[in-house]
Design a protein around this ligand. Structure first.
Ligand SMILES: NC(=O)c1ccc[n+]([C@@H]2O[C@H](COP(=O)([O-])OP(=O)(O)OC[C@H]3O[C@@H](n4cnc5c(N)ncnc54)[C@H](O)[C@@H]3O)[C@@H](O)[C@H]2O)c1
Length: 244
C-alpha cells in the first residue's frame, strides 16, 4: 500500500533535479503524477515512466496555470497535492543586480508559487482537502550570497504562512521546506560558487551535500496524510547547516 495511493499530484519543475526525484518517488507511492515544466525535452523523457504525465507549464503565466488546472481536472477528476518546486537561481551580488534580474527571479520563484496556489487551491477546496508544499531555500534563512535568489525564496517563505492561514478552513495544508545545497543540475551550473559550495560542504554538520532523494523523502511526508495536522510549518532539509 503506497503512502499516496489514489492521490493526484502536480509537481512543478518536475522534469529535473529534485522535481524529477519527487515524480518517481510519488509515482512509486501510488500517486498519479503531473510533472509540469517549461522544458519540453526533459518532460518528454520523464513522461516515458508509467503514471507520470508531462504537461508544459510556465509557472509565471496565469494563462498556463488556468489551462493546466482545467486539463488535470478533466483528465484525472481532482487535485490532491501541489508541489511548487520550479525555480531558477542567480549568482549576481547586490552591486550587480538590476531590475530585470530581480524581476526574472521573483516572477518564477515567488509569483510562480503564488499563482500555483491561486489556481490549484480552488480545485482542492471542492473536496475540502489538499496538501501544498513550497520549496523555499536555506538562503532565505541564512546569508549565502545568492542575493536576488534569497529574496525570491524569502517571499516563498512568507507566501506559505499566508496561504496556510487563508486556506486552512478549506482543508488545505500549506507547508514550506528549506533545502540546503542539493546536488542537482541547478547547483552543478553554479560555476563561480564552486569554492563556496566546498566550504558549505565542509561546514555542514552531517558532512555532505544533499541528494534530490533527501528532499523528496521529506516532502513525501508533508504531502501525505501522515502530516494531516501540519500546516504553516517550516522544515529545514540541509544536513544541519542552518543550525550553525
Ligand atoms: N539544488 C539546490 O541546492 C536547492 C537548494 C534550495 C532550494 N532549491 C529549490 O528547489 C527547487 C528545485 O531545484 P533543482 O535544484 O531541482 O533545480 P533544477 O534546475 O534541476 O530544476 C528546476 C526545474 O524547474 C524548471 N523551471 C524553470 N523555470 C520554470 C518555469 N518558468 N516554469 C516551469 N518550470 C520551470 C526547469 O526546467 C527545471 O526542470 C527550486 O525551486 C530551487 O530553487 C534547490
Amino acid at each position: 500500500m503506497g503512502r499516496l495511493n489514489e492521490k493526484v499530484a502536480i509537481i512543478t519543475g518536475g522534469a529535473s533535479g529534485i522535481g524529477a526525484s519527487m515524480a518517481t518517488l510519488f509515482r512509486n507511492e501510488g500517486a498519479t503524477v503531473i510533472a509540469a515544466d517549461i522544458n519540453q525535452e526533459a518532460l518528454d523523457k520523464i513522461s516515458e515512466h508509467e503514471n507520470i504525465h508531462g504537461m508544459k507549464l510556465d509557472v509565471s503565466s496565469e494563462e498556463d496555470w488556468q489551462a493546466l488546472v482545467e486539463n488535470v481536472e478533466s483528465q484525472f477528476g481532482k487535485i490532491d497535492i501541489l508541489i511548487n518546486n520550479a525555480g531558477v537561481t542567480s549568482e549576481k551580488t547586490i552591486d550587480q543586480i538590476n531590475y530585470k534580474d530581480w524581476e526574472f527571479l521573483s516572477k518564477i520563484n515567488g509569483f510562480g508559487a503564488m499563482m500555483g496556489i491561486k489556481y490549484v487551491a480552488p480545485a482542492m477546496a471542492k473536496n475540502n482537502s489538499g496538501s501544498i508544499v513550497n520549496l523555499s531555500s536555506v538562503t532565505a534563512q541564512v546569508g549565502m550570497g545568492l542575493n536576488s535568489y534569497s529574496a525570491s525564496k524569502g517571499s516563498v517563505r512568507a507566501i506559505s504562512k499566508a496561504a496556510a492561514t487563508q486556506y486552512g478552513r478549506n482543508g488545505i495544508r500549506v507547508n514550506a521546506v528549506f533545502p540546503g545545497v542539493i546536488e542537482t543540475p541547478m547547483t552543478k551550473n553554479l560555476d563561480s560558487s564552486k569554492d563556496a559550495l566546498n566550504r558549505i560542504n565542509a561546514l555542514t554538520p552531517l558532512g555532505r551535500l544533499g541528494k534530490p532523494e533527501d528532499v523528496a523523502n521529506a516532502i513525501l511526508f508533508l504531502a501525505s496524510d501522515d502530516a494531516a495536522y501540519i500546516t504553516g510549518a517550516e522544515l529545514a532539509i540541509d544536513g544541519g547547516y542552518s543550525a550553525l
